[in-house]
Design a protein around this ligand. Structure first.
Ligand code: GLA
Length: 381
């Protein structure tokens, strides 16, 4: 099977870690529907690590934790499906998951069958506790083969953190998405570091095997699982806007990681911005590319991406701690002075048109700030 857009959904891990249960998941499902997130495109409800019993059953099958999920995973999957959503689960290529629960090593086919029998649509597959004598690619080929033979279409979301040059072999495994970095933390430093690590990964993304930059931290305050449940400042909404813009422009899966039952209205506004999501989901699946490189320091990023129908997306990201003046021309998009063309640029967070000066952008952006444009190519008057 193939998928033709980066998956969008919600995952339990960032906020709750292994402290999950069926009530939390059901409530979240209800909120996803009532808050407009479903309409915006979020569809996968993904249960991450910590869902199973510590032992397999007598037939060697994985078993859901009876206390956390007393109705069982089939019933939970049915509930998720009854709301028009899709069901995601988690396992790991090693003998144990990262949290120490049973992993799928040497049980790939039986686990794929179990997930299929529960109605699973998406499997996140982690990289902990595998034998060092076998290269990572073989573990993903095993589960890829098992899922392809399980009788159900299941998205394979590889999670090998970019290790062993994941980008070089991941498309041989049948995976549909692949994590390119270690885990996101609830901080601006983490957003910045993951973004910088993408620069060499971008050529490997899109087209049916999407580069997963990890779950979103939009809507998370302090005090979540990935903060170690400590009180922290987390990020500002301003940071979250930049984070969501980068993940969108770069074509990452958009997997929400906050407690959406309690997220601030501003976070919902960010996560449901239709114009920004349209760039993430753009059917042309073109690779973004860096422009204005010769004029910018490392922490000043300008990226462009050609969209279906000939529009362009342009993102200007000030990852630094001071104001920065961005000046760049259209020639780097292929719109040269002799083409007779120019662009009309709409900034997607403000909804305003950005005036150009001599076919160039000239804007000053505050620290951690973003301007994300959708540009139409028009005749020059
Ligand atoms: C790894 C993954 C995380 C999460 C945890 C669960 O660290 O990268 O996204 O799934 O395992 O233990």
């Amino acid at each position: 099977m193939t998928i033709n857009r980066p998956p969008m959904g919600w995952n339990t891990w960032n906020t709750f870690g292994p402290e999950i249960n069926e009530q939390l998941v059901r409530e979240t499902v209800d909120f996803i529907v009532s808050s407009g997130l479903t309409k915006a495109g979020y569809e996968y409800i993904i249960i991450d690590d910590g869902w199973s019993e510590m032992e397999r059953d007598a037939e060697g099958r994985l078993v859901a934790d009876h206390k956390k999920f007393p109705s069982g995973m089939k019933a939970l999957g049915d509930y998720i499906h009854s709301k028009g959503l899709k069901f995601g689960m988690y396992s790991c290529c090693g003998t144990m998951t990262c949290g120490g629960y049973p992993g799928s090593y040497d049980h790939e086919f039986i686990d794929a069958e179990t997930f299929a029998s529960w109605g699973v649509d998406y499997l996140k597959y982690d990289f902990c506790y595998h034998t060092g004598t076998l290269a990572g690619k073989y573990f993903y080929r095993r589960i890829g083969a098992a899922l392809a033979n399980c009788g159900r279409d299941i998205v394979l979301a590889a999670c090998s953190w970019g290790m062993e040059e994941t980008q070089e072999w991941i498309k041989t495994t049948g995976s549909h998405t692949w994590r390119s970095t270690h885990d996101i933390q609830n901080s601006w430093a983490s957003i910045k570091s993951i973004t910088e690590q993408q620069i060499k990964m971008l050529p490997y993304g899109a087209h049916g095997c999407f580069n997963d930059m990890d779950m979103l931290i939009v809507g998370m305050g302090g005090n979540s699982f990935i903060d170690g449940f400590f009180e922290t400042n987390g990020c500002t909404l301003h940071d979250h806007k930049t984070h969501f813009s980068i993940w969108s422009l770069f074509g990452s899966p958009l997997i929400i990681g906050c407690d959406i039952r309690n997220m601030p209205a501003e976070a919902t506004d960010i996560l449901t911005n239709k114009d920004v999501i349209a760039i993430n989901q753009d059917p042309a699946l073109c690779q973004p590319y860096r422009i204005a490189l010769d004029r910018c320091p490392d922490d000043i990023l300008v990226y462009a991406r050609l969209l279906e129908g000939g529009d362009f997306a342009i993102g200007c990201f000030n990852m630094s701690e001071g104001d920065y003046r961005f000046i760049f021309g259209l020639d780097e998009l292929g719109i040269t002075a002799t083409s007779g063309k120019t662009i009309v640029a709409k900034e997607l967070w403000s909804g305003k048109d950005q005036p150009l000066r001599c076919d160039s952008f000239d804007l000053t952006i505050e620290p951690h700030g973003t301007r994300l444009f959708r540009c139409k190519v028009v005749d020059k008057k």
